[in-house]
Design a protein around this ligand. Sequence first.
Ligand SMILES: C[S@@+](CC[C@H](N)C(=O)[O-])C[C@H]1O[C@@H](n2cnc3c(N)ncnc32)[C@H](O)[C@@H]1O
Length: 253
Amino acid sequence: MKLHSWIKTLFYKAGYSVKKIRHAPRKAAADAKQRTTAVDVMQLLHRTNPYDGFDFRPFPLDSHGWGGQSPAFRELIARKRPRLIFEVGTWKGASALEMAAACRDLGLATQIVCVDTWLGALEFWNDQNDPERYLALQLRHGYPSVYYQFLANVCHGGFQDRIVPFPQTASTAALWFRAHGIKAELIYVDASHEEEDVYHDLASYWEILDAGGILFGDDYGWDGVRLAVERFAEQEGRRVSFVADKWLLTREA
Ligand SMILES: C[S@@+](CC[C@H](N)C(=O)[O-])C[C@H]1O[C@@H](n2cnc3c(N)ncnc32)[C@H](O)[C@@H]1O
């Protein structure tokens, strides 16, 4: 292997996907600890606030989802009192709204960054008559528009200052957090339920989980989720524990 491609490989393994090796991400990564506690992800991610000028009135509140009302959210937020939460898989925002309400009630100034393509997971495209998935994608000219229902739900809840939309794939968003040296104390994983996808999400978000932080998720009853969580936990020497209906993995402090 040539020297420059060997160096590129090293950088890639350290989290920099580079055509040219730039200094900015490295500097950002060096500030990681500070950023965990002080960063405003909304400003860093969005040049224009996504809620600015958005008229949510045509969208009545509809936060239908899965596993969003679990008592686990309040319990874990009360335990960790996080400054930053990543949610990977948001859909219409049921779980994000629950977490935002818990943070508000506990007097925490937590930001919740919601990572989702808002394009649905595999099971959303399997049955064209499914009112909760395919039809709820609200295809316009073949492209999902459910993102706007999510945005409206956040406005109905009055959580525009807490909930930061990040419309991106789980893996690209993880790279972005990593390149900016941003870690969260709580990370909720509820995106794809296919084993290899879940495993990849666990591996990439574990990297950006703060020391002492908790990675948790939904749907342990799904084979794909359970197999991925068990495989990842064994590989990392972690024990899978549970709060209510959520599985969790805790990082050492
Ligand atoms: C089960 S739903 C999330 C439910 C939500 N947490 C709730 O409270 O109702 C899964 C979501 O993950 C998103 N998703 C699936 N695969 C993804 C990926 N690779 N990257 C980003 N989002 C993804 C889908 O668009 C969908 O909105």
